[in-house]
Design a protein around this ligand. Structure first.
Ligand SMILES: Cc1cc2nc3c(=O)[nH]c(=O)nc-3n(C[C@H](O)[C@H](O)[C@H](O)COP(=O)(O)OP(=O)(O)OC[C@H]3O[C@@H](n4cnc5c(N)ncnc54)[C@H](O)[C@@H]3O)c2cc1C
Length: 450
């Protein structure tokens, strides 16, 4: 490995490796014999090829902001073969933007913030955006098929991929790199790698499409007594002729928590539910928003600001960090989705869940509700009750026809519950794909399949 990436990029000292072996939440801790930090695709190919020859397992890591434990290796078990953590931290190159085609190529370790800044420098926008933007990487968002705050407008990460470069488990480089929007020659391999969580190949580069940002946006936060009224405001905004750029649900408990950690409250009147909407529209969107707030159902207080309205967004975006800082045990963080019509009943059931448990815990719900996505966070759950609580949440999800993973993936956290989202035949097809592309099971062992 040292001869491939250089001495400085093979870490074996426990202190130097520690940060790579624990996930963002501090919930998952793993073991690796070394952390390897390649700089180029050729180096990745050599590293992976050498691992294949010696049957060494590989855990792939980008920004390590994943929330399902997939970015860190499993703990050491007796009889295990060797395992390296392959970090893309040094693979940060971003190509010049093709302004005519509205595309940009990036190495896997380039951060979302850096790719967006490159797009913005020519008046375009990278359509995937999430609160972890300063650390989350191109390879990470593709591997998790991240959603994020702009999904309601532009689709998930899979929808932004035009081309991909990846190293297969045997070390061969697969490059399908074409700006063609129409190109139906066989299977959609870039689409397959989206959401594969490092189990099928190591992504080394991505060719993304870019979009034009809305010229003027308005951000509003509306406080509601009823969750169905909060959710209905999204449809009312569309009926009023506005384009919904983002739609986020928050609760009083979440606002209290972020306020305790220094974020100001958006409105004076407290209410159980808050909807943050970012909208655009032809003409003067602010006028339409004022009308919307006057006529919207069940609004008890509201505030609006011209975009980007960072202070209003901070209320939403500081949730994840405030939760991590406040919980007394590793947070039980479940990212689920529901059919939109089921959301009000599902949210009510999820909020009532702690009252049915034999121990105290605090629920904080928030999320990209316009996509039916709710992030369920249960704080202070005694560690021995994690599985029970997860089971209870997923039972509610299944009862409403929802998904146990909206956008974070399966990782190590949810492998026991994939049967709730996929039939046996479907799971067998997934397993056959994994076996075909990684016959020795060297890539991200324990992720998705357990
Ligand atoms: C504050 C905060 C907010 C967040 N908000 C959102 C959100 O709105 N929407 C959302 O979807 N997620 C969100 N996340 C989760 C996380 O940021 C995303 O899952 C992100 O896509 C992970 O990117 P990463 O580079 O950090 O990947 P990592 O965490 O390093 O890895 C995630 C998975 O991808 C695999 N992987 C990483 N790089 C590669 C590669 N080059 N090749 C193959 N496999 C690879 C890893 O093995 C792992 O399975 C949030 C996280 C935080 C901390």
């Amino acid at each position: 490995m040292r001869s491939i990436v250089g001495d400085a990029n093979v870490l074996t000292d426990p202190d130097a490796m520690a940060g790579y072996l624990t996930d963002w939440m501090g919930r998952y801790h793993g073991h690796a014999d070394a952390v390897i930090r390649p700089r180029t695709t050729a180096e990745v190919a050599d590293v992976v090829g050498e691992c294949a020859a010696q049957r060494i397992r590989i855990c792939v890591q980008g920004g390590n902001t994943g929330l399902v434990g997939g970015s860190v290796p499993p703990p050491e078990a007796p009889g295990d073969d060797g395992l390296i953590l392959l970090s893309t931290a040094r693979m940060t190159d971003i190509d010049d933007v093709d302004e005519v085609g509205a595309t940009v190529g990036a190495q896997a370790g380039a951060t979302i913030a850096a790719i967006d800044a490159r797009a913005e420098s020519v008046g375009l926008m990278f359509p995937v955006d999430l609160a972890s933007r300063e650390s989350a990487t191109a390879g990470g968002v593709v591997s998790t098929n991240a959603g994020g705050v702009r999904m309601i407008r532009h689709g998930n990460t899979r929808a932004q991929i035009l081309g991909i470069e990846a190293v297969r488990a045997d070390g061969q480089v697969l490059r399908r790199w074409s700006p063609l929007v129409k190109d139906n020659v066989g299977y959609d391999i870039p689409g397959l790698l989206a959401g594969s969580e490092g189990t099928l190949a190591v992504i080394t580069g991505v060719l993304f499409r870019l979009v034009t940002a809305a010229s003027a946006t308005v951000v509003l936060v509306a406080a509601h007594d009823r969750v169905d009224d909060a959710i209905a405001l999204i449809g009312q905004a569309r009926e009023a002729g506005l384009t919904v750029e983002a739609a986020e649900l928050m609760t009083q408990a979440g606002l209290d928590l972020v306020h305790e950690h220094g974020t100001r409250r958006p409105v004076a009147t407290p209410a159980p539910y808050y909807l943050l909407l970012e909208v655009s529209g032809a003409g003067d969107p602010e006028e339409l928003v004022v009308d919307l707030l006057e006529n919207g159902t069940g609004i008890v207080d509201a505030v609006l600001e011209p975009g980007p309205a960072r202070a209003l967004w901070e209320v939403r975006e500081s949730h994840t960090e405030s939760i991590a800082r406040s919980t007394t045990t590793p947070v039980v963080k479940l990212d689920v989705s529901f059919p939109i019509r089921e959301l009000p009943a599902a949210v009510t059931e999820l909020e009532a869940l702690p009252g049915e448990l034999d121990f105290a815990c605090r629920p904080i719900l928030f999320g990209h509700v316009g996509d039916g996505n709710v992030h369920v966070n249960l704080l202070d759950v005694p560690v021995e009750h994690t599985t029970e609580v997860t089971d209870r949440v997923f039972t509610i999800v299944a009862g409403h026809g929802g998904s146990i993973s909206a956008e974070h993936g399966i990782g190590r956290a949810k492998t026991a519950w994939t049967h709730l989202g996929r039939s046996p035949v479907d799971l067998a097809a997934m397993r056959a794909i994994k076996d075909a592309l990684d016959p020795d099971g060297l890539l991200n062992p324990g992720v998705i399949f357990g």
